[in-house]
Design a protein around this ligand. Structure first.
Ligand SMILES: [Fe+2]
Ligand SMILES: [Fe+2]
Length: 171
């Protein structure tokens, strides 16, 4: 974004900026998920995060197609919100010694990422719908549904696959 000029003039510009923001965010998530996977211990958590890393790679490709459809080059705009969520995850993980407590923290950090993505995709879909970009709506909805499913899986891992229960017994 320009410092001296206001670059976002139309809702179309706003949509493009939002797409650049989520494109950057997805790329940062691709970089940070392997670190979370390395630190996680619970098997279900590790498997879930690995599967979502693969999904996230496909989401990046889907976003590239969205830019293509709009006749724009795929490019990211730095997103301080996702940088902050990832930074906080790194910081908290660095403070935790117990592996079970660390798993509970990793679930929480991953869910913060998913909720952020769900919020952004929801908005982008609404804007794309309003602007009549039906094909783009379909790509973005696929990504949104994957984020929602990832969030639900994280709930299951925390509540029913023993992550929170095991963490609660750590001294
Ligand atoms: Fe994503
Ligand atoms: Fe995600």
């Amino acid at each position: 974004m320009g410092i001296f000029t206001k670059d976002i003039k139309s809702m179309e510009d706003l949509l493009i900026h939002g797409l650049q923001d989520i494109y950057y965010a997805e790329q940062q998530i691709v970089k940070s998920l392997p670190k979370m996977i390395d630190k996680a211990t619970n098997r279900n958590l590790v498997v879930g995060l690995k599967a979502h890393l693969e999904e996230t790679n496909r989401q990046v490709q889907r976003l590239q197609k969205v830019f293509e459809k709009l006749g724009k080059e795929a490019s990211g705009a730095q997103c301080p919100a996702i940088d902050g969520i990832i930074k906080e995850a790194d910081e908290i993980a660095g403070e935790i010694e117990d592996k079970a407590v660390l798993d509970a923290a990793i679930v929480a950090c991953a869910q913060a990422v998913e909720h952020y993505e769900i919020c952004r995709y929801g908005t982008l879909i609404a804007w794309a719908e309003e602007l009549g970009h039906d094909e783009i709506v379909r790509f973005l909805t696929t990504n949104l549904n994957e984020e929602k499913a990832a969030n639900t899986k994280l709930n299951t891992v925390a509540l029913r696959k023993g992550v929170n229960a095991k963490a609660s017994t750590a001294a």
